[in-house]
Design a protein around this ligand. Structure first.
Ligand SMILES: C[S@@+](CC[C@H](N)C(=O)[O-])C[C@H]1O[C@@H](n2cnc3c(N)ncnc32)[C@H](O)[C@@H]1O
Length: 393
């Protein structure tokens, strides 16, 4: 497919040169007359110098997403090279892991595409209209690289509406005969690529979940907003005395039960409840380790004020309920909440709960979810491990 010319304003051109992959509708100053609503475009600066090739979607706020800044064709060869490079980077970080994020959108030069590998099955999300232009090349490339048993499309994100995409879940290549069983660092999971959340697991928290193990032996742990129970399962693997899992979704609670059985863990309770209520109702001082891993409270910029309040509230109450010297592992997965803002929120939560806290670890997304400094939106996951200290030392 031949890219059609568009021109962007000077500041936007400098942004592209500096490495940012997004161009907004108001930054595009001229478009080829034959440009389709969804198309491939060659971006020019105001002097007519070509800068980058990317996908275009007329009805999206992010109108252009850059695929390459080189003078090269966007075709099956480029997709294959991108997939090859993505796999090499993942294998360098995680040579033996069965479950990996292979492609993380813009950060792997394939905007809009997420591809997660679960053993011999690949689950993809196609988050933009533009990436559908390359669907055949992506499926062929994945088959050539990994020879998977199945490639499943799992498009259920609420963000699809920004791209005017309908939710869609189906097996695109090969066949799938039900949920899978996978292993992540000795913890077994049942994964349902069709009925689960995201692609089946939240792979971005794997490093943080593993890190939690060091504080869990013989401890009482709560895993709130638990989904498949990854944090609590790691706690149990590390010898936790008891874990209480909380999630509002019945399907998630079923999955936790299945995962407990799969791993042979019995010292656990699964509660289907609102996480905010569950934390409020916890007996003060009875929790040694508390994990808070909620969904993104700020999905757009407009949500930041309300999200700030919600994060402050749940962390404040959590710190109050936690035993002295207890550990709070708390996360935000919203790119609108910057690392600085999250630290500020946690500082306020500690202040309002009349606690002192020690920052033990600043965690982020695992190494298969790369973030680029020139593209700050890619740094979406922030996890802090805090220790609650006595107010008067
Ligand atoms: C980011 S995911 C958790 C991922 C999980 N901790 C892991 O490591 O795999 C957020 C979870 O919160 C759940 N959830 C959303 N709103 C909730 C609420 N108000 N109370 C409890 N759980 C909620 C969702 O069902 C989802 O499973």
């Amino acid at each position: 497919m031949q890219p059609k010319p568009v021109t962007v304003e000077g500041r936007a051109a400098r942004k592209v040169v500096a490495g940012h992959p997004w161009l907004y509708a108001n930054e595009v100053t001229s478009r080829a007359p034959d440009l389709a609503d969804v198309d491939l475009v060659l971006v020019h600066d105001p002097d007519g110098k070509p800068l980058a090739t990317g996908t275009y979607h007329k009805h999206s706020l992010i109108q252009i997403r850059v695929i390459t800044r080189r003078a090269e064709a966007v075709d099956g060869d480029l997709v294959a090279r991108r997939l090859d490079a993505a796999l090499a980077r993942r294998r360098a970080a995680y040579p033996d892991l069965q479950c990996l994020r292979l492609v993380h959108g813009e950060c792997d030069g394939l905007p809009g595409l997420v591809a997660d590998v679960y053993g011999d099955v690949v689950v993809i999300e196609l988050n933009t209209q533009g990436v559908f232009l390359l669907l055949d090349e992506i499926l062929d490339g994945l088959e050539a690289l990994l020879a998977p048993r199945a490639i499943v499309l799992h498009n259920t994100s609420s963000a699809l509406s920004y791209e005017h995409l309908e939710p869609r879940t189906e097996v695109l290549r090969g066949a799938l005969d039900g949920p899978l069983e996978v292993d992540e660092w000795g913890v077994k999971y049942r994964v349902d690529p069709i009925g689960g959340q995201k692609t089946g697991l939240f792979l971005d928290q794997k490093e943080n979940r593993r890190l939690l193990r060091r504080w869990c032996e013989d401890r009482t742990v709560w895993d709130v907003f638990a989904y498949a129970g990854g944090w609590g399962l790691n706690a149990l693997a590390a010898g936790a005395r008891h874990v209480t899992f909380v999630d509002s979704s019945a399907a998630a609670c079923d999955q936790i039960h299945a995962n407990l059985e799969l791993n042979g863990f019995t010292n656990a309770t699964v509660v289907q409840a609102n996480g905010f209520d569950a934390v409020r109702e916890m007996e003060p001082g009875a929790v040694d380790v508390l994990v808070l891993d909620p969904p993104a409270f700020a999905k757009t910029k407009k949500d930041i004020t309300a999200a700030r309040r919600a994060y402050t509230d749940i962390n404040r109450v959590g710190l109050q309920r936690l035993a002295e010297f207890g550990i709070l592992a708390t996360s935000t997965c919203s790119h609108h909440i910057s690392p600085e803002l999250f630290d500020d929120i946690l500082g306020r939560a500690a202040f309002h709960s009349r606690q002192r806290v020690e920052l033990l670890v600043e965690g982020g997304q695992s190494l298969d979810h790369p973030c680029h400094l020139e593209y700050p939106e890619s740094r979406y996951l922030k996890t802090r491990f805090l220790r609650k200290l006595p107010y008067h030392p």
